[in-house]
Design a protein around this ligand. Structure first.
Ligand code: COA
Length: 415
């Protein structure tokens, strides 16, 4: 079976997490991704957070599946010549260098367009044009500057970052969409274009409900579904909402049986309006179905703490999985708090290819995420990440370099 992006060639100049997430997705969809790495060093993540000495880290292997790796000193004149050939032959150049690095290397957007007018140049940067455009940015900086941290956590604690890498992987996803969109437009125009995904913008896009709440707060001075209501006055900015649901159906995380010794014996419980009567029956509070203080969603808002603490009395008598089974019979939306250990061992996630086991020549078998986006006509086979420079000779040969020329480049430490 063919793949959706068969025939698309990606010059992958990415490193760390945000850019590699994007190019890994494109590779999973069938693109030929050629990762260019600094000779002798490679992507810094190869050596970061290692669990086995001298073996590419899981950080690297889990972000660089299905790619080819070539080493190239792109600051050396001979290396630049190779890069020019790659630019001529590829469809997309993806990079997430610090601002200005590509220009300093001598490859401005104008130059790239001259070399290949069909080239799509896609970049991740920390910030878009503005006061911070020259800043280097990592994940948590983006979470802070994109509005996530100020709205995550509890009211009486500091801002919090989330475990989900919305700044890096989140921006990589945005960039991948920008790239395939530009490829689609190129079908009609024949021209390449520049694609930019700024990490601050991507995080804000994912935090849009909080920008919604900011405007509601400006207008009404209160957010009735937030845990601060009705006891605490609201300030000028959207406060941290703990585990409150971001939508119109109130929810909270509740203890389940075993919570005293298991940090993940919890369930997320949503008091969805259409199933209110069922919730009352399950927890044994049938009078709440008709009691005017509880009967409507609006009437319930000032009593959410009482309601959730009563539901928790019930959930504490069940394990999170028992509670799930009972609640699902009544279509009550809920979800167990799954630990990473439980997720790693979940057979259903293995069956769908969302979690995959991959074999690596130096590391042996390891677990990784597979493609979270399923296409019925373009199945993803997850192959291992490349060793540093594993495909240098193969790629140079495809560019037309002879064995002797390759040896010269190696002797001059260009590759
Ligand atoms: N050959 C020669 N030089 C190379 C090279 C190669 N193959 N690949 C990279 N380099 C050079 C770059 O040209 C740059 O040189 P310069 O500073 O002299 O211009 C240098 O290596 C370092 O690149 P840089 O991107 O600045 O790396 P860094 O480790 O200092 O910074 C980041 C890392 C992530 C902070 C930075 O790249 C960044 O802000 N990127 C944009 C935002 C981003 O993606 N952040 C998320 C990362 S998950």
């Amino acid at each position: 079976m063919g793949k959706a992006l068969d025939g698309v060639k990606i010059l992958d100049f990415t490193h760390v997490q945000s850019g590699p997430t994007c190019t890994q997705l494109l590779a999973w969809f069938g693109a030929d991704v050629i990762k260019v790495e600094k000779a002798g060093e490679g992507d810094a993540t190869r050596g970061q957070l290692r669990d086995i000495p001298d073996v590419d880290s899981l950080y690297f292997t889990m972000l660089n599946h299905n790619k080819r790796s070539i080493t190239l000193d792109t600051k050396n004149p001979k290396g630049k010549e190779v890069l020019i050939e790659l630019i001529k032959q590829c469809d997309v150049l993806v990079e997430n260098f610090a601002p200005g690095a590509l220009d300093r290397m001598g490859f401005s957007w104008e130059r790239i367009q001259q070399i290949n007018p069909r080239m799509i140049m896609a970049s991740v940067k920390g910030f878009g044009p503005g006061p911070y455009e020259d800043c280097k940015v990592y994940e948590n900086v983006a979470q802070c500057a994109g509005g996530a941290a100020s709205t995550t956590g509890f009211d009486d604690g500091p801002p919090l970052v989330t475990g989900a890498q919305i700044g890096d992987s989140g921006t990589g996803l945005h960039l991948a969409l920008g790239i395939v969109t530009a490829l689609f437009q190129r079908e009609k125009t024949g021209k390449g274009q520049k694609v930019l995904a700024a990490m601050q913008d991507a995080v804000l896009n994912l935090c849009r409900v909080k920008l919604r709440d900011q405007q509601r707060l400006d207008r009404t001075k209160v957010l009735q579904e937030y845990p601060q209501f009705p006891e605490t006055e609201f300030g000028e900015a959207v406060p941290r909402a703990g585990n409150a649901s971001g939508g119109g159906q109130p929810g909270w995380i509740l203890k389940c049986k075993g919570w005293q010794h298991d940090p993940n014996a919890y369930i997320y419980f949503i008091t969805q309006a259409p199933v209110w009567a069922s919730i009352c029956k399950v927890i044994g509070e049938e009078s709440w179905i008709t009691d005017p203080s509880y009967a409507t969603p609006k009437a319930r808002l000032p009593h959410l703490k009482t309601i959730f603490s009563r539901i928790e009395e019930w959930t504490k008598t069940k394990t999170k999985f028992e509670a799930m089974e009972i609640l699902n019979k009544y279509d009550i939306p809920c979800g167990p708090i799954l630990s990473m250990k439980e997720i790693a061992e979940e057979p259903a996630l293995r069956a769908t290819g969302t979690v995959v086991e991959v074999d690596h020549p130096k590391r042996g078998k390891y677990l990784s995420v597979g493609n979270p986006i399923k296409l019925s006509d373009s199945e993803t086979e997850v192959t291992r990440s490349p060793l540093l420079g594993e495909h240098t000779e193969e790629v140079l040969a495809q560019l037309g370099y002879s064995k002797d020329q390759v040896e010269e480049l190696r002797a001059a430490k260009v590759i």
